[in-house]
Design a protein around this ligand. Sequence first.
Ligand SMILES: [Zn+2]
Length: 411
Amino acid sequence: MNLPTLGDWSSFEELARVQETRLDAVLASASRSPFYAARGVPPSLRDAPLTTKADLRDAYPFGLLAVDRTELATYHESSGSTGSPTASYYTQSDWDDLATRYARKHVGIRADDTFLVRTPYALMITGHLAHAAARRAGATVVPADNRSLAMPYARLVRVLHDLDVSVTWSMATETLLWAAAARLAGYSPGADFPALRALFVGGDSLSPARRARIEEIWGVPVVEEYGATEAGSLAGACPEGRLHLWADRVMFEVHTDTDEIRPDGRGRLVVTPLYRDAMPLLRYAIEDEVEVSYRDCACGWWLPDVRILGRTGRVSEATLDEHVFSLPAEYGVLFWRGRVDSGLEIQIEVADRYRAAACADLTASIGDVRVTAVPPGGLVPITRLTSSPDVLKPRSLFGPDEDWDTAHRYY
Ligand SMILES: [Zn+2]
């Protein structure tokens, strides 16, 4: 399979032709899955109805499978905390597309990199995406998961420092937790990790103020990535700092509030992967609110811009995040939480001497809000950042000095 690469086209018209060459194959591939065979594949993508998350759940586990099961390389489920699972699966050739899409960042992965993967490996695709991309580049991968008991923050900081980790992949929030844990371990994040050259982040909201704060703390660029377990990497940051959709590999559309499906504008993102064998998707509706626009960009990638607006609601996490991380850096506010009940309430973690100032500043900037403060450790417990609990394999036989009531733990 010849996958398009950046530079293969040099206008939005050429990009449209790159997409069009794939559409017949995508429709043909869809007709081989039980789900689309039953629904009926239309003559053109323009006539296809949306495929929803509910469709994917109903098709669990293999209703969307369009190849023989023996061809599958990996099986994944997305992270829904409730409800039935949403399955996705990929062949080895699907993985060529997935890994090269993830690797498309303005800060590339190099063979001399030590690349720390700090996103889940269990069921989701995120950890495997970064792992595969880094391996293809010849980098040394440190598989550090963020949901494993084997990798508490104290250990993470040790690895980050002692192994000269140069690039990391995590949620943006993680990089703040590392900063707090590094300080508690006696390190200065901006000075004591000289090998570090970039933080790849995705999976949570990244307001411009939060990005700037993280870059200031670590002294390296924050490189944004946007994707989904059902589709892999969908967008990445260009050298100009804009987030571009990988529209040569995936057809993107927008489902508006007026129920139109358009190539650009504001609405919920709709994706049709163009190079996918195992699990073809026609107009899959990702439930993220976005704004897509086609504008010239000095990077010369000729890809549409996307702004991720997140789930819709009265207040957005990204907006509040922008306010919190616009507080002066000396206040040292890294963690916050908020809730909307009868009104909006925000709680921040801040040292006593900045408590009054931080609460006043935040109230003034957000407006109609109740701001409360807790001391450092009040939201993210200090022990969570400093302790290294033993993680024992389950076993049955114990020695004479062991207390089997405390040693014999199943997590
Ligand atoms: Zn650009």
